[in-house]
Design a protein around this ligand. Structure first.
Ligand code: URQ
Ligand code: ZN
Ligand code: ZN
Length: 496
């Protein structure tokens, strides 16, 4: 990870004025000035002015001003498969700010049998060091009445409106059908949304054993033990259970046509189903697992695995058509020594790859520069849609009066070559190594503070805030409590 000097200009102006920017929101683009005060956008108009002792003025003529990225899927310092992810809440969110992401939604993952509220407290403590704003999904990894009770407390008192379910990882954090049905029903009662990691964990377990029995112990065995059909089956099962339990469903890291088809079918029938795709699955294919360098192949072990190239076009088409709504990174870093624990048995390679610093850059280059996406659709899939689905819009995901002053000043002509040698992520590998991209943020503004400018990041450890997320519930008591706590403007209930 590259060390940075950390000094330039005044860091904490109470006001910040951005002049003559081309403002790009998910729904429109226009040229205006944007005035921020104490971390909130207070005015958008023409010929706005402040005196220099009131704060900083940035001339954004010829540049774009977009909402800061929202990454709805990260795992900072996750204890997993006998080790701990190497990017923590400070280093990982700092890298995110460099790449234009100003809010993450991470995961509380209780061990099976662990008190859910205790686990939530542990993660909240870990996240106190964050450099950007953060929020949490909470994973349901076991079930009894106390879990049901805890879900209510988290939803009504701690701003948790989304509950995660890992359908993979048998003998660890896997949620079987009994857990899925009970948790989905409880989430529906509360007015929360359910999310799933959709892979059939039973099938993965059996296929892994078959690979090892055939002497396939290297990373090439990883994709062979979790083919697209294994994801498609779980996606469809989760969708049917959500339909029966009447709860909205969000499928994380949709990686293949099989699960995408299940999502498309459900959405066409009017079911409230949403899909996420990782920047990695859009651009990296399964040839990486056949690389003769085992450390290179192992560095790409994540689940679902990178797929045969033909799946990528389906995923891009789904972003264009609106059948997938968000992009994320599943940022979960493990360095070479950690990955090499599994050099003789791929099932022991900790699953996960990085991406938080590169997501917006690679999506602009391969999405907007190629004509697949408009600049407005880029904002939708990197920020606004995730904010809407997880109910923090327009606080996040929009440049409008009353929203948080989380923004990126974007230079469509500026180039960058992605490399582990220059990235800020605390990992010794980059799945986009060597990729040259055109169109990056030259400034990142987080809560009205310039935290990244012209290559220098200055984001104080612990400056990030926890973002509570109101329920979608018709239960007005819970809704009122969570809105008061979160003091967020009443949000548009229609999601997307
Ligand atoms: O499954 C996940 O999302 C976590 C455990 C990160 N690892 C991964 O391979 N995706
Ligand atoms: Zn997952
Ligand atoms: Zn994940």
């Amino acid at each position: 990870m590259k060390e940075e000097q950390t000094s330039y200009g005044s860091l904490e102006p109470t006001k910040l004025l951005i002049k003559n920017a081309t403002i790009v929101n998910a729904d429109n683009s226009f040229v205006a000035d944007v005035l921020c005060k104490d971390g909130t956008i207070i005015e958008i108009g023409q010929n706005l002015n402040i005196s220099h002792d009131e704060g900083d003025v940035i001339d954004a003529t010829g540049l774009l001003l977009m909402p800061g990225g929202v990454d709805p899927h990260t795992h900072m310092e996750l204890p997993f498969m006998g080790t701990v992810a190497s990017d923590d809440f400070y280093t990982g969110t700092r890298a995110g700010l460099v790449g234009g992401t100003t809010t993450i939604i991470d995961f509380v993952i209780p061990a099976p049998g662990q008190d859910i509220l205790e686990a939530h407290g542990q993660w909240m403590e870990r996240a106190e060091k964050s450099a950007s704003d953060y929020s949490f999904h909470v994973a349901i990894t076991w079930w009894d009445d106390s879990v049901s009770e805890a879900m209510g407390v988290l939803a009504q008192d701690h701003g948790v409106n989304s509950f995660k379910h890992f359908m993979a990882y048998k003998n660890a954090i896997m949620a079987d059908d009994e857990i899925l049905v009970n948790s989905f029903r409880r989430a529906s009662e509360l007015g929360a949304i359910c999310t799933v990691h959709a892979e059939n964990g039973e099938l993965v377990d059996t296929l892994q054993k078959q690979m090892l029995a055939r002497g396939i112990t290297g990373p090439e065995g990883h994709p062979m033990s979790r083919p697209p059909e294994v994801e498609g089956e779980a996606a469809n099962r989760a969708i049917v259970i959500a339909d029966m339990m009447n709860v909205p469903l969000y499928l994380v890291h949709t990686s293949c046509k099989q699960s995408l088809d299940a999502i498309t079918r459900a959405r066409a029938s009017g079911q409230r189903v949403y899909g996420e795709v990782l920047a990695g699955h859009l651009l990296v294919d399964d040839s990486v697992y056949r690389n003769p360098d085992i450390t290179f192949a192992a560095a790409h072990v994540m689940s679902p695995p990178f797929r045969p190239k033909e799946h990528q076009e389906h995923l891009w088409n789904a972003l264009q058509s609106g059948n997938l709504q968000t992009t994320a990174t599943d940022h979960c870093c493990f360095c070479e020594p950690q990955k090499m624990v599994g050099k003789d048995d791929f099932t022991k390679i900790p699953n996960g790859t990085a991406g938080i610093e590169d997501r917006m850059h690679v999506l602009w280059h391969h999405g907007v520069n190629t004509g697949r996406l408009t600049e407005n659709e880029f904002v939708a899939i990197t920020s606004a849609n995730a904010a809407k689905i997880f109910n923090i819009y327009p606080q996040k995901g929009a440049i409008q009066v009353g929203a948080d002053a989380d923004m990126v000043i974007w230079d469509p002509s500026k180039k960058r070559t992605i490399s582990k040698d220059t990235h800020h992520q605390n990992i010794d590998f980059n799945i986009f190594e060597g990729m040259e991209v055109e169109g990056i943020n030259v400034i990142t503004i987080s809560n009205g503070e310039i935290v990244y400018r012209d290559g220098k990041v200055n984001a104080e450890r612990g400056r990030g805030r926890h973002i509570a997320r109101p329920l979608f519930s018709s239960d007005s008591r819970a809704l009122q409590k969570s809105i008061e706590k979160n003091s967020v403007a009443k949000v548009d209930r229609k999601i997307i």
